[in-house]
Design a protein around this ligand. Structure first.
Ligand code: SF4
Length: 242
């Protein structure tokens, strides 16, 4: 992989340099980018308010790090890391995310985004300009309970993002958090049907809500008896992830 040593600062406006969009960095992970050593850039803020969100500080908090400091950090990791995971919060809501990723790609890193799918216009640009190498797309629920789960009316945008990724050559995964008070077994089976009808084929990662951890909203105990790994179809492999 060719790695450029210098950040092309001319391409970055002053505004971009000083944009404090990032809450924090996890400097090293072997878990978040499939089969790669990566760091995680946690973007502050989100346009959803999922009650089960495990990152209330990041979603509600303000960014503390500007893009310049992130790019400097990444420059120091050239040759040590393969990839950069852009997570949050929601990375695609941030102005200048595209030139920021252009700089990351120019350093030779591969890029994964974690997204709730609410910004298909940005996602299309990232796909068309070959700026992302992997995506993890949250599938919150079907329209019937999407608004109550996310406190947003962004299902149509999510669906557009799913279509964009399905029609692209970008490897991606779909993932859902299950809380028994929010998504029943019948709901969940309908979600698998929906994915099939949307021509999604591949892995569908499911994680049970973790009881007794701080979350954005107040949720009661979740019954984990639903066994999503038994719900796979010929096209969709449902994988339970701890
Ligand atoms: S879980 Fe919901 S609120 Fe939390 S970051 Fe993801 S989309 Fe935003």
């Amino acid at each position: 992989m060719e790695k450029k040593a210098n950040i092309s600062s001319e391409r970055i406006s002053k505004k971009l340099w000083s944009n404090k969009a990032v809450y924090s960095i996890t400097p090293f992970t072997l878990l978040d980018y499939p089969d790669r050593a990566a760091c995680i850039v946690w973007f502050a803020g989100c346009n959803m308010r999922c009650s089960y969100c495990y990152n209330p500080n990041i979603v509600l908090g303000k960014g503390k790090l500007d893009f310049e400091s992130i790019l400097k950090f990444l420059k120091s990791r050239i040759g040590l890391l393969d990839g950069v995971v852009l997570s949050g919060g929601e990375c695609t809501i941030h102005k200048n995310i595209i030139p920021f990723i252009e700089e990351i790609k120019a350093m030779g890193f591969i890029v994964k985004i974690d997204t709730n799918g609410s910004k298909p216009t940005i996602l299309k640009k990232l796909i068309d300009q070959k700026l992302i190498d992997y995506a993890a797309l949250d599938f919150k629920s079907l329209p019937t309970n999407f608004e109550s789960i996310t406190q947003s009316d962004l299902f149509a945008e999510f669906e557009e993002s799913l279509t964009l990724l399905t029609n692209s050559s970008i490897p991606f995964e779909v993932r859902t958090t299950l809380h028994s008070a929010l998504i029943s077994r019948i709901d969940f089976l309908k979600m698998i049907d929906y994915l099939e009808n949307q021509n999604y084929e591949g892995r569908y990662y499911v994680q049970h809500f973790m009881n007794n951890v701080p979350t954005l909203g107040e949720l009661g105990h979740s019954d984990k008896s639903l066994q999503p790994e038994n719900c796979s179809t010929s096209k969709i492999k449902v994988i339970f992830r701890e």
